[in-house]
Design a protein around this ligand. Sequence first.
Ligand code: ATP
Ligand code: MG
Ligand code: MG
Ligand code: MG
Length: 576
Amino acid sequence: MKASRFFVSTLKEAPADAEVVSHRLMTRAGMIKKLGAGIYTYMPMGLRVIRKVEAIVREEMERAGAVELTMPVVQPAELWQETGRFDKMGPELMRIQDRHERDYVVQPTSEEVVTDIARQEIKSYKQLPKNFYQIQTKFRDERRPRFGLMRGREFIMKDAYSFDRDVSSAKASYQVMAKAYRAIFDRFGLRYRAVAADSGAIGGDLSEEFQVIAATGEDAIVYCPDSDYAANMEKAEALAPQATRPASGKDAVKTPTPGKSTCEDVSELLGVPLSTTVKSLVLATEEVDDQGTVKKVQIWLLLVRGDHDMNEVKVGKLPGFEQGFRFATVPEIEAHFGSKPGYLGPLGLKLPVKVVADRDVAVMADWICGANEPDFHITGVNWGRDLPEPDLVADIRNVVAGDASPDGKGVLAIERGIEVGHVFYLGTKYSKAMAATFLDEGGKSQPMEMGCYGIGITRLPAAAIEQNHDERGIIWPDAIAPFTVVVCPIGMDRSAEVKAAAEKLYDELLAAGVDVILDDRGERPGVMFAEWELIGVPHRVVLSDRGLKEGTVEYQHRRDTAATKVAVQEVAGLVR
Ligand code: ATP
Ligand code: MG
Ligand code: MG
Ligand code: MG
């Protein structure tokens, strides 16, 4: 590719809503362009990265025996009604109607459609096992789309679905996928951890998430440095000895009426009596723009100490409460926060929160708004989830760093992760609901055993950047870089030698199968270098008159602090 023909479009400034480095850098490097909240165009530079991610995933899926198909993005509601998900799924499921007022959904995932295909196509045990996958657009009307491609509403997912004749065969299919996932994430060159995840009622332990380690990750993961134990926080908490907390996550989500929340509403929402002792709670306020994008999140932490009198309350504003937390008295808190509408009042002072363990724990999840005074309300309050501060999340959880590991092999540590993949044994949940059966060897009709396996294709590049960047820009792992090498001739327009040498090198690299871009735009060296450093191309070769006289070019890896002189013939060897 030649830069003059390609589309290179970089920005000095990141958009104001870009909170994390991957969002800032992908936008500045011209990889993505926002169209609406959580909806992005993959620009030519970004699309090259996505295509490389897809190619690796596709290769490993095929190696693992999965077969590709493409299912429709728009799916008739009837199928979703068969499993009950049309009604049961919350607003994340995008429901639309056609001109005849027939209901449809925009696929957030595709269990229903693939099960419908299986029940029509698979009649006999002889056709099993089968694993179908697609790499396709998904839409989830996320409550809080943010961080660019990391949590989009429209995004690309690889979703695979396995069909087996019995449980043991289904478990074997699951293990094949879990192994393929390790192979895939190894190839991306990222630090990641496979962690046990909640598998719901079915499936026992057969649910794992693949988490890329990053401080900005939305998930807390719990692991033991001295053993193989690793789980996401939900799973770790479910296993913790004194886990008496009420259901969290999706099951616990209830939405109060905005503007009308009172003490009573709160206790009803949480399902605890008004007089319940408060041990701790976490609150956040957020400002949302017209598009529904969160512009500013302020996290406030109120840890209530003591029992009923609640005279001492620990207050912190996160981030930026310089001294960390301190204890404040009730009058102090009222004076500080109480008079500012829109900020939290002395919330928690009268607020019921369930005692969960004998240490401070936040028990609430995804709570939208509320108040502790009649007619005084705060919008956009979220309880105990989506906290960006890793240490504090650990601090308020039922499972904390230093707890004994459940396997007895050491103590637990906690870090943040970005969920880039998920493998899940489903059992017969969908096949039974949709009568997807086959005839077994004895001629008896049996429901198919299923598994589902997702990878966030467009989330992955964002996760890669969270791990690989510096103050100058992105540093792509070779496997998913938009281009592997950039050839930068200096003074190409003035020097016939430079032009000829650059084009020769470019042709040679292309012939050797190297993904190379030649910057033939005639930019000044400083501008040209800064641009490619921002874009994050891992290898750079600079040609100049002076170097060519000695028969050398300058080679620099994106992580190197200085360039090295190398003979032109050596370049191909360095970049492969
Ligand atoms: P999350 O916990 O981040 O909301 P999820 O558990 O809802 O993700 P799955 O249903 O397991 O997601 O989907 C499979 C994969 O799709 C996830 O592991 C993730 O990598 C990706 N994914 C899910 N939601 C999004 C999104 N809103 N934007 C980008 N990728 C996503
Ligand atoms: Mg989700
Ligand atoms: Mg998840
Ligand atoms: Mg998941």
